[in-house]
Write a protein that binds this ligand. Structure first.
Ligand code: NAD
Length: 483
């Protein structure tokens, strides 16, 4: 059960870690210090081809492995990840920046994914159907789709790839994961747990490197039968174009811009405090982050006061400091994006009620002060572009229709939230919101037993829940004539 220290830095291929065929590598840096954390192998075309060949052989063997055995590997993986959570969290914090408590929670949630799919592996049900004639027997089965190519973002570098690895392995697929190059070590911790749990060679490969080049090569291979991405809408669009050439089965977990509708019949201060804590979790870099606070006009002032007060209590600092509640942004690009959103809103008349820019107490690192904006005009970029930053706009509404119009006013539809004490409002609001997920009187949505995913440009496919296996299986129907 000992933690793999140091975490492997090679490519995980054919059941072991190895250097890139051409010796190439890339440097992983700490977002809090901008110092080097590790140097990891960067995949060449030869390595991508080796992963494809390995996954082809891995699939042939794994699909014939019985579900109880597959389940056992996933269960042991969950146990290892729980045992390793504290040490693994330190690795994640160093490469991704989030506070240690959040990193620990992520590894525990990652373990939940493997636990959940250890059970689902044995529950991939088909059905029988009575046909037109009495001599006909119709059966419907789910079969593994085949070799999967998976890409995911750096904001949850253990959980996001695991939401793909666990269901794929549960149903008998093999999978090639391209780890986010900003935070590949956390993904390697997951690979190490699977390796230690007895996963046969070839069933999982982990590549790191230029993901555009890797995806182009992988998706061109006839061996790959399924693409799954967790990333931004623009990258989703690129990969869907590529997938169209090969008519690949695809899942897209893309961006979000979650509205939070706050009705006047709630404990306003308590809801505002909850919202501030949730908004700045992972420094706002969460696809399901509450990111547009749409508050009834009668409670707007009280909500803003309480939200700003709760925001000012948050401690910005390195994730490795146990007192930190908001770590650095993951990279310099995200700081520039946050600055752009604030400057754009202010230039259109918005007011900065808290924060507003970089945290100047730090000479190194990508620190940005938790920011609250009010009086934000409807055309401000922060209301349309996914912020993925610690910037919280607070808006008002007069009635339910207006609240829903604001909530549904973007092309994104991932998470959404409603706070109300009234059952009728809860139903009408949650039914009227265009989103894949609604939290009513809670900001917690991501959990292994429920289907996570979006509508509109937030994508399609679901990760978790009983639905999670559907994306990795195809349906085969057999009509047997007995006459
Ligand atoms: P991104 O789309 O730029 O990158 C996502 C991943 O895809 C990264 O590993 C990146 O290296 C890789 N990638 C980039 N270009 C690629 C290409 N041409 N081919 C293949 N892979 C490529 O997104 P990002 O900025 O790294 O991550 C943030 C985005 O991810 C946000 O939009 C966020 O909402 C989204 N996200 C969605 C979910 C969800 O479950 N819906 C969860 C977390 C993050």
């Amino acid at each position: 059960m000992t933690f793999p220290n140091p975490v492997p830095t090679g490519l995980y291929l054919d059941g072991g870690w190895r250097a890139a065929a051409d010796g190439a590598s890339l440097v992983v840096t700490d977002p809090a210090t901008e110092e080097r954390v590790a140097e990891v192998a960067a995949a060449s075309e030869t390595d991508v081809d080796a992963a494809v060949e390995s996954a082809r052989a891995g699939f042939a063997a794994w699909r014939r492995t019985d579900p109880w055995t597959r389940s056992g590997v996933l269960r042991r993986t969950a146990e290892l990840l729980r045992a390793w959570a504290a040490e693994a969290a330190a690795v994640m914090t160093a490469e991704q920046g989030k506070p240690l408590a959040e990193a620990t929670a992520e590894f525990l949630a990652t373990a939940d994914q493997f636990d959940w799919y250890a059970d689902e592996a044995r529950r991939v049900y088909g059905r029988t159907v009575d046909g037109h004639s009495t001599s006909q027997r119709i059966t419907v089965r789910r079969e593994p789709v085949g070799v999967v190519a998976a890409f995911s973002a750096w904001n949850f570098p253990a959980l996001l790839p695991s939401r793909k690895i666990a269901p794929a392995l549960a149903v008998g697929c093999s999978i090639i994961v391209t780890a986010a190059e900003e935070a590949p070590l956390s993904t390697q911790v997951v690979a190490a747990a699977l390796h230690r749990a007895g996963l046969p060679a070839g069933v999982l490969s982990v590549l790191v490197g230029d993901s555009a080049a890797i995806s182009a090569r992988l998706l061109a291979s006839p061996v790959v039968r399924k693409l799954s991405l967790t990333g931004s809408v623009p990258v989703g669009r690129i990969l869907l174009h590529t997938a169209a050439d090969r008519i690949l089965k695809t899942s897209m977990e893309l961006g979000g811009h979650a509205p939070v509708l706050v009705f006047p019949d709630v404990d306003v201060s308590a809801v505002a405090e909850l919202c501030a804590k949730a908004k700045f979790r992972n420094t706002g870099q969460v696809c399901a982050s509450p990111s547009r606070f749409v508050v009834h006009e009668s409670i707007h002032a009280e909500f803003v006061d309480a939200f700003v007060a709760a925001t000012s209590k948050l401690e910005v600092g390195p994730g490795s400091d146990p007192n930190t509640s908001v770590g650095p942004l993951s990279n310099a690009r995200r700081v520039a994006a946050a600055e752009h959103l604030v400057a754009d809103a202010v230039s259109r008349g918005a007011r900065v009620a808290a924060g507003g820019g970089r945290d100047d107490r730090f000479t190194k690192g990508h620190f940005f002060r938790p920011t609250v904006l009010t009086d934000v005009p409807a055309d401000a970029a922060v209301l349309h572009e996914e912020p993925f930053a610690p910037v919280a706009p607070v808006l008002t509404f007069a009635d339910l229709d207006e609240a829903l119009a604001v909530a549904n006013g973007t092309e994104l539809g991932l998470a959404s939230y409603v706070f109300t004490g009234d059952l009728r409002t809860a139903f009408l609001a949650s039914e009227g919101i265009e989103a894949g997920m609604v939290g009513v009187n809670t900001l917690a949505l991501a959990t292994a037993e429920a289907p996570f995913g979006g509508v509109k440009q937030s994508g399609f496919g679901r990760e978790g829940g009983a639905e999670g296996v559907e994306d990795y299986t195809t349906v085969k129907y057999v009509n047997m004539e007995l006459a």
